[in-house]
Each structure stands twice: as C-alpha cells, then as structure tokens.
Write a protein that binds this ligand. Structure first.
Ligand SMILES: Nc1ncnc2c1ncn2[C@@H]1O[C@H](COP(=O)(O)OP(=O)(O)OP(=O)(O)O)[C@@H](O)[C@H]1O
Ligand SMILES: [Mg+2]
Length: 499
C-alpha cells in the first residue's frame, strides 16, 4: 500500500528552469523514504508540491490510493501531510507551546485557546516519541536541534500521518542527528510515513528503507537502501564516478595572522560564552574547531568577524587590533540571516561588502561590466545554478545560495578566512569542491579558522583541531593522531586537558 504516489509531476519556473520533469515518486505506508540529489536537482520543489505550496504544471498526486488536489498547505495538513522546511520557520520571540499551537485551526475555530489541554496533548506526543523539551522556553534561546524537534512536534500536533523533512540534519550535531533518527524510527514503528531529504549519504543509507535519486529534475532511479552503498549512490546522484579527494600538502605555516589573547565574550543571555581563550593561527594553516553547539564557538566567531564585542581580551589580525577597516572573509553559520539578501540578484550578492573594491567601482559608479563578468566566472567555477547573474538569490536552491556566499568570501583579497560550516547543505560534489578550495587557500598562504559540526571534514582539512567546551579549549589535537571518538570525548567534557 502506498501512502504517497506522485505521478508525472512537472514544474517549470519561467522558460528556462524545469525544476521537476515527469517525476514519479512512490512511498510505501510506514517507510522512511529518502530523496537525494545534487543541489538544484528539484527535491525541495517536489516536496513543496506535495505540501501544496506550489501547484504542478502537470501530474497527479494520490494519497492512500485516492487522487487529491493539494492546493495549499492547509489542504495538505487536512490530508494528513506535514512538512519541516529546509529553513526553519518558527517565531523566535514566542514560547515553544505558542509556536506549536500557532495557526492551528482546531484551536482558532473555538475562538479561544485552551492552553492547558493543548499543553497536555503536546506533552503526550513528545513523551510518546521520546522528545524532551521545555514548553515554556522562548524559541530564540534554544539550540537548532531543539528547534527541529519543535517543528516535528508541531506537525504531529496537527495529526500528520505523512511527514516531510527537508534536510533536517544539515544543521544538527552528530549527537542531535542520532536523537532525530531515534524519533523517526519511533514514528515509523507507529505507522507514520516519512520522506527525508539529506545530502549525508551514510545517514540516508542507515535510516531509510528506500531511496529515490533526482538528477536535473528527473528521477535517476529508486533503490532499496540495503542493496546499495555510498559509492554507488554518489554515482547515481552526480551521474559519473566521484573523484577521490587528493591528499593535502605538508603544512608550511608562516607568520601569525590571527592572535586571540585572553578573550572573554558574553552570549545573548549575558553569561560567559568565551572564557579567557587564547590561540594563534598562522598563514598557511587551518585551525579546526570542534564542539557541541552552545559551547562558545558561535560567539567566538562573531567576535573575530566584528559582529560582537568582547568584554575582555584582544583580537589581533595581522599585527593590528581588530577594527572595521580590516577585511576578513567570513562564511557565516546562517547564510540567510548574515550571508545574503534574498531580494537581490546573484551579482548583487557577490558584491555585498565588496562594492568598494577598485575592480568593481569608481567613486561615482559601479562597473557593471566587471561585476557581471566576475560573477559569471564564479558561477562557472562554483557550478552555481541557474547560471544567470540576474536571477534573484531567494529563488535559488539552498545549496546554490550557499555556493554564492562561499564563492564571494573565498575570492576576497584577505589573509584570514573564517569559515563556519562552509559545506552545510552542499551536495557531495560541491562539498568536495569547497573543501578543496579551502585547502588551496591554505596553500596560497591564507590562515583559516574552520568551525564545523562534521568531524570528518575537520579531520580532513585541519592542521590542528581545537575542541571547545564551556568556552575554553578542552584539547588541541593533531588530526593525524586522533579520531572522531576521541574528539567526541573532549566535546562532551568526559576528557579534558586545560590548554
Ligand atoms: N520560487 C522559485 N522561483 C524560481 N526558481 C526556483 C524557485 N524555487 C526553485 N527554483 C529553481 O528550481 C530548481 C530546483 O530547486 P530546488 O530548491 O527544488 O532544489 P533542491 O534539490 O532542493 O536543491 P538543494 O539541495 O540545494 O536544496 C533550481 O534551479 C532553483 O533555482
Ligand atoms: Mg532543497
């Protein structure tokens, strides 16, 4: 029995982009079905069609065997379909409880909200699926892992039988991902059907029953997860063999480019986030930072990139105290909030913060021709799709937005690069390309501070890995002499070396 059947789904945006091209997707009731594919392959579009956010140009949708016309998210919800989006949609200033019941029709029909019965129902749902959260906490103070859980409870609260999760683990730590998978398996054994989008192939292979691969808007195939492996899956996704990652060269550290001295920084709740931290990065070196989110890495990065003020200590870049004239390349953790302007075109986004560079402007005007040719070059090198400088950033797929931000920052003329989760949301090929670019920057004598929740990535790229715990480094490790398990122990504080 199929919970969902999408047949011949076609959806075009404008004349040139066919996001979905005669897509067939069949999802059995009670299975976890993964949808994978390159950035821009059409995954989110297909799911937005199922959730009633977009109308297909062609094609039919059957839910539980009968044809449905899903013309809006509220119809989708009534049909038993819920979706957790690639970019979260919670209201930060409201509490967990308020977010979950917000906009729920069963409560608004009554005209008044009976919070205590809502609270009880939410508690029951959370308990049943092993989710533990404080319903009265303000959402903006919660980790992304917890926000993710709230999104899931929110759709279960609306009695969803079919759950769509668009890249739910992109922003989660490995530990949080494990918790999420536990919840998904509980949901599955309770008879729920789950459609999961992810770029993390090992995850997809371990948690899903079947996998559908999209390539350029078409189905490249559906396979049973137990009969394939990550190499074969990668090949299906990109349509050719995946190149092995070339070894990084011997480190050639030069001058100190970043020096952090006894730094103390507060978080938004005014407690100490970074606690008397000192370290240095030299040119030609990548310092990786590992840590469970909430241990000060975010505040550290924000301070070095000039977005947050330190209460004590110093940040010295290239021998000078940090000031707003020093240009630093920064790939921010939250691309949509700090890395881009949705309503601007790709070219305008490439210019953000760089409009004063000589090659792009005179005192009087922007040199449009240069801007366009420069952007064209980035589009080609970073394989940004669609390849059109005048397309609006907000219409790009998540991974392609990330490519624009990364390409802009990595081509700035700076000696220091701060990269916060640079490959988040990128497909395997694009992620490999960005990792290679970071190594190239290191070989070109730049200093790189890399924060990543992907420990494989830290091990692959870093010359040293500093583990941050409670605002201090609990260890500085040599990647060639350590592994994920050891890093994990320092991350959770079960092992600690005062630095
Ligand atoms: N609202 C829109 N307007 C115009 N083009 C769009 C819109 N939404 C998506 N597209 C285009 O449709 C194509 C598919 O995008 P989609 O977001 O479905 O990709 P995806 O597979 O989810 O990629 P990613 O892994 O990067 O999230 C892309 O070329 C994208 O630019
Ligand atoms: Mg997407």
């Amino acid at each position: 029995m199929f919970a969902v059947e999408m047949k011949g789904i076609t959806k075009a945006f404008g004349e040139n982009i066919k996001a979905n091209d005669s897509v067939d997707l069949s999802v059995r009731k009670g299975e976890i079905h993964a949808v994978v594919g390159e950035n821009g392959a059409g995954k989110s579009t297909l799911m937005k069609i199922l959730y009633g956010m977009y109308r297909p140009d062609k094609g039919k949708i059957f839910i539980g065997g009968s044809e449905k016309s899903i013309d809006s998210p509220s119809t989708a919800i009534k049909t038993g379909i819920g979706m957790v989006h690639q970019h979260f949609m919670l209201a930060g200033t409201l509490t967990v409880l308020e977010n979950i019941i917000l906009g729920d029709e069963t409560t608004t029909v009554l005209g008044l909200i009976d919070k205590s019965s809502c609270r009880k129902r939410i508690k029951d749902i959370a308990e049943k699926f092993g989710i533990n959260i404080d319903l009265d906490a303000k959402v903006e103070n919660l980790s992304v892992g917890t926000q993710q859980k709230i999104e899931i409870i929110k759709i279960l609260y609306r009695s969803a039988e079919i759950l769509i999760l668009d890249e739910p683990t992109a922003v989660l730590t490995p530990q949080e991902s494990q918790e999420l998978f536990f919840t998904l398996k509980e949901l599955k054994s309770g008879g729920r059907t789950i459609i999961l989008i992810s770029h993390k192939l090992s995850e997809v292979l371990s948690v899903s029953d079947n996998i559908t691969v999209l390539r350029h808007g078409k189905v490249a195939g559906t396979v049973e997860s137990s009969t394939t492996n990550s190499g074969r899956l990668a090949e299906m996704i990109i349509g050719s063999r995946v190149e092995a990652f070339s070894e990084k060269s011997k480190p050639l550290p030069g001058e100190v480019i970043l020096s952090v001295r006894e730094l103390v920084v507060m978080n938004d709740k005014r407690s100490i986030a970074v606690n008397h931290l000192s370290f240095e990065i030299k040119t030609g070196e990548i310092l990786g930072i590992a840590g469970v989110e909430g241990n000060g890495q975010k505040e550290l990065i924000e301070t070095i990139s000039g977005m947050r003020k330190a209460v004590e200590g110093k940040v010295i870049v290239n021998g000078k105290p940090l000031n707003n004239k020093i240009s630093i390349a920064h790939i921010p953790q939250d691309r949509q909030k700090y890395g881009m302007v949705s309503d601007y075109t790709i070219a305008e986004n490439v210019m953000l913060g760089r409009q004063r560079e000589e090659k792009f402007s005179t005192v009087f005007a922007i040199k449009n021709k240069n801007v366009f040719s420069y952007t064209d070059d980035l589009i080609e090198r970073y394989d940004i799709r669609p390849a059109d400088v005048e397309v609006v950033m907000g219409s790009l797929s998540g991974g392609n937005q990330q490519k624009v931000v990364v390409s802009r920052e990595l081509t700035k003329d700076t000696e220091l690069i701060i990269a916060s989760h640079p490959t988040r949301g990128l497909d395997i090929k694009a992620a490999g390309f960005v990792q290679r670019s970071l190594l190239d920057q290191r070989e070109n004598g730049k200093g790189v501070l890399l924060v990543s929740s992907d420990l494989q990535e830290l091990l692959l790229l870093s010359d040293r890995i500093a583990v941050i715990y409670n605002g201090k480094f609990s260890a500085i490790l040599d990647p060639s002499l350590t592994n994920e398990v050891e890093i994990g122990k320092y991350m959770t504080g079960t092992q600690y070396n005062e630095q």
